[in-house]
Design a protein. Structure first.
Length: 450
């Protein structure tokens, strides 16, 4: 008996230590079994207490009365599947007649308390079927991406969602995106994860970093073009607009519009072209958009209008030509001048880290998900990397990117430097990768090298 007591104390102590220091290990070792039992045992009573049951059918009540049996109890949604994951449980429910997916969503917080889980979210799989994802611990406190993620063309994993699933940046589905975040909010780390995810793919990376290149130029070996000033950025964007026009001419010549060609084979963008003819897709990363929109003189105002016009054109027309925008900034508001709200309207994806003002949050989510505005301005300063991600569908999630140091990003970009395509239109902006003093675009040579 003494040995059993000692073993039990050791097991409890080990479980407590794991729960404190390694919550993921605790969940896989102990938590998942306890949580599954807790859900199955409490399910009917919890659903009844949360108002997620429906009265029995009339024929069942009539049958019970006719046979002098007890009246059947209210029925909760039927459990179709209970699946454990590395971060929680996935419960698939079949709704009863008269129930709605919004009933489950409205009761998410009560379900979280009743089942003693860390978080509960729900989504509709199809008509009458709801998937409830429950997390057993705070997966965003120490982000650990899964060892294996789904790989697809122009789709990269960049962060982890609060329900334990992977947040992907899918350029085919959401071609252009806006990323906002105050200083020390984790925006640069999120951007590094984008570059790290894109580096192994067959894609050209184009960067505009008006902070003299301190963020993007260390990654220069994987970039086909870089600009470190508004003047160079204006020329680079004009070159991208010219490339877009050339790609559209190529698509037009290869559309194969004849009566004997099926509709599915008619080319409308670069992805409908044969592999040997398909131009390389381009992802344009703008590190600080406000620096491109500010001006103090008439000449700078003309340059600013030229830059914003080019960005709007790329946002409106670039998808079919395989040109995708990642607009990043600390501040994004209508005071940046004309064309800014037009540009925002074309940026389907929205990601907001901690923001210093409500106006930027409204610019990010006010037109697509008003509920996300309050969540974006409530992110605490100590949780760097925590962000709100949404899109034009109105849905939003809390996400957090894994910490990727600049050295890790540089090493990976150097490893895949051989995958950097040479684009003739962007050749004048190809960064040199010698000494630190040479890391300037060659489009405008410095006096020392001229």
């Amino acid at each position: 008996m003494t040995a059993f007591t000692v073993a039990l104390v050791l097991v409890v102590a080990a479980a407590g230590l794991l729960r404190w220091r390694r919550p993921a290990w605790y969940w896989l070792a102990f938590g998942v079994t306890l949580a599954a039992l807790r859900v199955l045992v409490r399910y009917r009573s919890v659903m009844d207490a949360c108002g997620l049951t429906v009265p029995p059918a009339r024929w069942r009540i009539s049958l019970a009365r006719a046979t002098n049996r007890p009246i059947p109890e209210p029925r909760p949604p039927r459990i179709r599947r209970l699946r454990p994951t590395r971060t929680g449980l996935v419960l698939r429910l079949k709704l009863r007649p008269g129930q709605d997916v919004f009933d489950i969503a409205a009761a998410s917080d009560r379900l979280r308390h009743s089942f003693s889980m860390f978080g509960v979210t729900s989504r509709e799989v199809r008509s009458g079927v709801v998937e409830v994802r429950m997390t057993g611990y705070d997966v965003l406190k120490r982000v650990q991406m899964p060892a294996e993620t789904e790989t697809r063309a122009m789709r990269v994993p960049v962060a982890l969602r609060e329900d334990g699933s992977v947040h992907y940046r899918d350029y085919r589905a959401i071609p252009h995106a806006l990323t906002l975040g105050a200083t020390e909010s984790g925006k640069s780390v999120y951007q590094r994860n984008l570059v790290v995810g894109l580096a192994p793919l067959d894609v050209a990376l184009v960067g505009i970093d008006c902070k003299q290149g301190v963020e993007l130029f260390p990654l220069a070996r994987r970039f086909s073009a870089l600009a470190d000033s508004p003047d160079t950025a204006a020329e680079l964007l004009d070159a991208l607009v010219a490339r877009m026009a050339d790609v559209y001419r190529l698509i037009r010549t290869q559309q194969r519009i004849t009566v004997d060609v099926p509709d599915a084979e008619i080319a409308a963008d670069i992805w409908d072209l044969p592999d040997e003819l398909r131009p390389t897709p381009v992802v344009v990363l703008v590190d600080e958009v406000a620096e491109l929109a500010l001006y103090a003189t008439k000449e700078e105002e003309r340059r600013r209008d030229r830059i914003i016009t080019a960005l709007v054109r790329l946002a409106q027309l670039g998808r079919a030509a395989g040109i995708y925008l990642e607009i990043c900034g600390q501040r994004f508001g209508s005071e940046l001048g004309k064309g800014i709200t037009m540009l925002r309207a074309q940026l389907t994806g929205r990601t907001a880290h901690r923001l210093n003002d409500e106006t930027s949050a409204n610019m990010a989510f006010g037109d697509i998900a008003p509920d996300a505005v309050l969540a974006a301005i409530q992110i605490p300063a100590e949780l760097r990397g925590l962000a709100i991600a949404g899109d034009a569908s109105g849905g939003w999630h809390r996400i957090r990117a894994p910490h990727t140091s600049l050295r890790q990003a540089v090493n990976l970009c150097n490893r895949y430097a051989d995958r950097t395509p040479d684009l003739p239109e962007l050749a004048p902006f190809r960064p040199t990768t010698g000494t630190a003093t040479e890391l300037v675009p060659s489009a405008k040579a410095s006096p020392a090298t001229a």
